[in-house]
Design a protein around this ligand. Structure first.
Ligand code: FNR
Length: 180
């Protein structure tokens, strides 16, 4: 089962990219999550789109999403919302026919705040609604106070979160396989 894993953070030491790495380390047999970062994608501009089309990174991501059975998006929260880079990537992908249409998607996120990206995840769910994605309703993963849950190398060390991720992956595999 091929899954595209998108981190909504651009920074190298990102908790969210680390959370995606933890997911990959726990992926069940038969699941293959390919991690994607969104660095270097220009801000959407309709004039540039007309002149030169979509950026190469978006064309590549579009193909990868189409070829995958599911997508997991691991998002930070910026000012109670989705980071601009992630929204920008979805805006580009949405032009023409969106590869996210009808795609089974899971969302989660980590922040150093107390509610672990709950607000940005719900805004992401709203944006994915516009793409007609089929987003797994639950279980939900809100990794709060991330500074206490990852070590300095970015390894997720919190046992309860690791356990939740395992359960989430099982539910997501079923969701992608459309069970029940
Ligand atoms: C933040 N951060 C933050 N955290 C949160 O829980 N709610 C918020 O609204 C915000 N707002 C916010 C705005 C901006 C511009 C920045 C840069 C940061 C803190 C954020 O959770 C923290 O920086 C995380 O480490 C970002 O995720 P990554 O990059 O570690 O994946």
């Amino acid at each position: 089962m091929k899954i595209i894993g998108i981190s909504g953070s651009l920074r190298k030491a990102s908790y969210n990219t680390s959370l995606l790495r933890a997911l990959i380390s726990l992926q069940p047999a038969g699941m293959e999550i390919e991690p994607i970062r969104l660095n270097g994608i220009p801000v959407y501009d309709g004039d540039n789109e007309k002149a030169t089309g979509k950026p190469a990174a978006i064309l590549d991501l579009d193909q990868k999403i189409r070829a995958a059975e599911g997508v997991v998006i691991v998002t930070p929260e910026y000012n109670f919302s989705i980071p601009g880079g992630l929204k920008n990537a979805i805006d580009w992908l949405s032009r023409g026919s969106s590869p996210l249409k009808g795609k089974r998607v899971g969302v989660m996120g980590a922040s150093d705040g107390p509610i672990g990206t709950a607000r940005s995840q719900y805004q992401l769910r709203q944006t994915l609604q516009s793409q007609e994605s089929i987003v797994m309703p639950r279980p939900e993963i809100f990794v709060s106070t991330a500074h206490d849950k990852f070590d300095v190398q970015g390894t997720l060390t919190d046992a309860a979160t690791l356990e939740r991720l395992k359960k989430w992956l099982k539910a997501f595999a079923d969701w992608v396989e459309k069970k029940p």
